[in-house]
Structures are given as C-alpha cells and as structure tokens.
Design a protein around this ligand. Structure first.
Ligand code: SF4
Length: 303
C-alpha cells in the first residue's frame, strides 16, 4: 500500500457516512434486496448477475425463485427445465452449475446454504466474489467484497488511480480490507453502496462525478481524472458469428420443444450456414452437459 493511499484512508469514515446517506435515497429496488429473500435467493441473484446486467436479471430471478424457491426444489428439477428457465441470460453453463450447487447444498448441508466463506467456496460455481457477497449480503457478516465496480471506486477515491483489469492485485485487496467499516451492519452497507455507486455513477468510461456523493473527497477527481477509463477499456466483445451465438441458436431451438421432446439433428442444419461450426457447437454443448445427443441422431435438452 502506498503512503498516499494510507493517508487518504483517513477519509474512510467520511466516505462511509456520505455513501450510507446516498444508499438510503438511491439504492435500486431490486427484489433480492432489503431482506425480502432468503440467503439462497441472494446466491441465485449473484450467480445470475455474473456477466449479466442486474436490470436484465430481475425478471429471470423472479420467475426462477417462483419455480424453485429452495435448493431442494432446484435440485429436483430436470436439466431441460433449468436450461429453459435460464432463457437468454447467457453463459448457460451457469444454470447447470447453480443446479449442481443446489444438489450439494441438499446432499451435504441438509438444504441450508453454509454461512462461512471457506465452505461456500467449495460449492460448485461459487468463487471468491460470490462467497464474499453471500457472507456479506445474505448473512450480514463483515467481509470485504471485491468485484470490478468496488475495485474501480476504491482505487479512484482512495488511491487516485484507475484499477487495472484482470485479477485483483494485493494492493487492491489491502485497500478493500482497510476501507471496510469494522461494524458488521456498516460493512454490509459499505459493500452494497460502493458496488452500487460503481454500477450507476462511477462508471468505467464516463463517471458522473458532478452527481457523486464522494466528489468532495475523491483523489481521482482531485487529480483531474488521470487516464480515465484507459486501463479498463476493452474492445467490445464481438458476438455475431461467434460460437456463443451459434450455441445460443441451438439452445433456443431446443427450448421451443415440448417437455421431453427431441429434434433430429438434421433439423438444426438450417440454423446456421457454416455446418462445421454448427457441428462443433453442438458437440461442445454436449460436452458441457447442456444438450443430450441420442442414438439414432436426435438431440434434446438434458433430463
Ligand atoms: S467523484 Fe467521480 S471518479 Fe470519484 S468516485 Fe465519484 S464518480 Fe467516481
């Protein structure tokens, strides 16, 4: 940690008070917030929000939790139901991992989501971010939650510089620990409000500093926003023509089938002109467990 960042951490209390007041009036009313769901519901929201904007997640989360409110319910669903309900959220392997997580919670923890970080980390599909988010947001315990939004905001406010892409650095982890309020309840508000500020105000490319509650203490703003967005700016990922698009087309066709239905593989041919790419994508979906290819040449969502 640099000397500069240490000195500026004396502003952490002030930053907390400013952010807590801002959170009161500005937090988005997402259905998994403010004590309206279970720890399991919070885990589901976190898995769905990885790589997908929260606003897009809301209708999927609502429907998902209506269908499968508990790990037991999700564990008992078929693979086809789970993949169909995941719809167009993208990266559908997350759906199967979430179901694998539900099965582990049922089989090893009696259907109750573990509360401690280390045990959460052992669950399928749960990494550092998701485990910390559940400890903080679902169980209200003090833990530093580190995602790209939090890294960006803390790096700007306290160290006056942009966060690098890639994995969190040791300095960023130290900064997140040092800035975290000691009190459990305050630490939760801190994590949520820093993350929310990063998602809605302190954006990577064009932060709205004029309406930011931290604009009086932000080292990055005071320094003239040096190198704004440079390190985080990545070329927009191409989607058209990618295997992701082709895999999505195949899954969309299979979701249209009635429960238990299958399609002759030849019926997929019209989905995509490049038949080699189509075949490779079908094979990769099979490898990922997202489809089942049957003897006789038909394909379906998994049982
Ligand atoms: S003042 Fe600007 S750069 Fe600093 S935290 Fe607020 S939005 Fe981000």
């Amino acid at each position: 940690m640099t000397q500069t960042a240490q000195v500026e951490l004396t502003d952490a209390r002030r930053a907390y008070r400013l952010l807590a007041a801002w959170w009161e009036g500005n937090a988005r009313d997402l259905p998994w917030r403010f004590g309206r769901t279970t720890p399991w519901g919070i885990l589901v929201s976190e898995v769905m929000s990885q790589q997908t904007q929260m606003s897009r997640v809301v209708p999927y989360w609502v429907e998902w939790m209506r269908a499968w409110p508990t790990p037991e319910a999700l564990a008992a669903a078929s693979g086809a139901e789970v993949i169909t309900a995941w719809g167009r959220l993208g990266y559908p392997r997350r759906a199967l991992r979430l179901q694998a997580c539900a099965k582990t919670v049922v089989e090893e923890y009696g259907g109750k989501l573990p509360q401690d970080y280390e045990t959460l980390l052992t669950l399928p599909g749960v990494g550092d971010y998701t485990a910390s988010a559940v400890v903080s947001f679902a169980y209200g315990k003090r833990i530093a939650v580190i995602d790209t939004n939090i890294r960006r905001v803390l790096g700007r406010v306290f160290a006056g510089k942009e966060s690098r892409g890639g994995a969190a650095s040791a300095d960023e982890r130290t900064l997140a620990q040092r800035a975290l309020p000691e009190d459990d309840a305050e630490s939760v508000v801190w994590n949520q409000s820093v993350m929310e500020l990063g998602a809605t105000v302190c954006a990577a490319k064009s932060p709205a500093c004029e309406e930011c509650p931290l604009n009086g203490i932000c080292a990055f703003l005071a320094a003239g926003r040096p190198g704004l967005g440079e390190r985080r700016t990545r070329p927009r990922q191409r989607f058209k023509g990618t295997d992701r698009q082709v895999r999505g087309l195949i899954l969309a066709a299979l979701r249209e089938l009635p429960p238990g239905g299958s399609l002759p593989i030849s019926r997929l041919d019209s989905l995509w002109p490049d038949q080699a790419q189509l075949g490779a994508c079908l094979a990769s979906l099979d490898e990922d467990g997202l489809v089942e290819i049957h003897q006789g040449g038909s394909v379906s969502l998994p049982e």
